[in-house]
Design a protein around this ligand. Sequence first.
Ligand code: RP5
Length: 159
Amino acid sequence: MSKVGVIMGSKSDLPVMQDAIDILKGFDIEVEVDIVSAHRTPDKLFDYGKNAHTRGIKVIVAGAGGAAHLPGMVASLSPLPVIGVPVKSSNSIDGWDSVLSILQMPGGVPVATVALNGAKNAGILAAQILGSSDQCILDKIMAYKEGLKAKVIDSAKDL
Ligand code: RP5
């Protein structure tokens, strides 16, 4: 079965990254969660980036804050698509540091960057990537979108 790898630079990122884990599990997608620090565990980062695709992971969601090198470094090492989540962490100035560290990648090494603390959208995007070749996941995403639509229409009834 296809898996999504969710990694983060520190356990302190988990309250934000949990949104990606929850939405993926809601789509019944298997998630492998780990803490991989670009700066504190560089050897683990290299091992993860080089080997994630060999154990069924199809997409990587990587979150980090401040000098957020994890998503870009993983993207440089892995053939898999990488979705970056900028985290507003204790060492962020205002969050822009996290955003720009992940967003401004050089040509040839893409990281699909979501909004600050936007782990939920990262999870949905990872599911959509898997869904492009898996009808069962695609059906769940279409149902999810129908749910979004129904909520908006319901909310307008009370106005
Ligand atoms: C980054 O530094 C981590 O991704 C985290 O967002 C931030 C702070 O880490 P801790 O000092 O809380 O472990 O590398």
